[in-house]
Design a protein around this ligand. Sequence first.
Ligand SMILES: [Zn+2]
Length: 343
Amino acid sequence: MKLMYALSVLLALLAVISPVFFASGKNNTEPEIAPTENSGEPVRETPYASPAGIDEGVPVCLISADSEQTLSMREYLVGVLAAEMPALFEAEALKAQAVAARTFTLYRMLCSEAHDGGKVCDDYSCCQARKTTEELQGIWGGEYEANMAKISAAVAATDGLCLTSGGKPILAAFHSSSAGSTEACGEIWGASLPYLISVPTFEGEQEVPNYVTEVALPFTQFKNTVFAAYPDAVFADEPSGWLSQAEYTSSGRVAAVRVGGVKITGTELRVLFGLRSTYVSWGETDSEIVFHVTGNGHGVGMSQYGANAMAKRGSSCGEILAHYYPGAELSDMTAAAGDGEHI
Ligand SMILES: [Zn+2]
């Protein structure tokens, strides 16, 4: 019954989601990073730890490895934000992440069949990572109170706000860092979405730890790794031809490549060799194949380090979201439900 109640609340919310403002879409392919006068109204401010926030009334059913629990959207998002973005990031970047995380959660609950019954899980590769209070106390130690205040404030300041397209929550994908531009989802995930196109992003080596990484595999290890996944691979004597015929997406990431003659996607290459992204080049030494990788993550949607770079330059939460999700609307999921009928 509790689940049915939760779903009925969420379906009611979906029915009444209404735009707060139209995100700037004046030039979706070349959005400006500098703050502009018309690129979005300020995100509504609410007091820190508002006791009667909208998020507090929205139940989230969370599946963990060995348990299932129902949290409020507020409590859930605080744990997600703490796990998904460093607390030392700028306040506007944290607020943008809070909106993206709330939106992704609503998308999973209402528009995805990843889990039965509109549930979410705590696996970052499926839904979103989340840390508990106890885990954060252990990780943050003496910084716990200050960090939690900052994280909670970002959730509270964006209370109830999500990104929509056509009145529904968008697939608010995000990743750690990109190389020059983000990836269009149609070039990596098959289907295109108008708000997940490639846009410029401005993080670099100075801001991102381990921005460029190297993965080196001795020749024998390289071949064994390939054979384990692709038994039909054939390797010529000369290692320089083991990786060949690379194709690239418009953002410069590997779309496909032949490995030992077997054509695989860039994502498969990334998984096969444990690379941090598909923005990768390679070469060989006398004894190894060496990959050079830039950025971290699939590259689709909001770059977290890019969001932080924008915030440092003075961009607001709304401007950051408009940049990485062009054309999406920042919406209030309960604007039409203020009479308490639905919550
Ligand atoms: Zn999941």
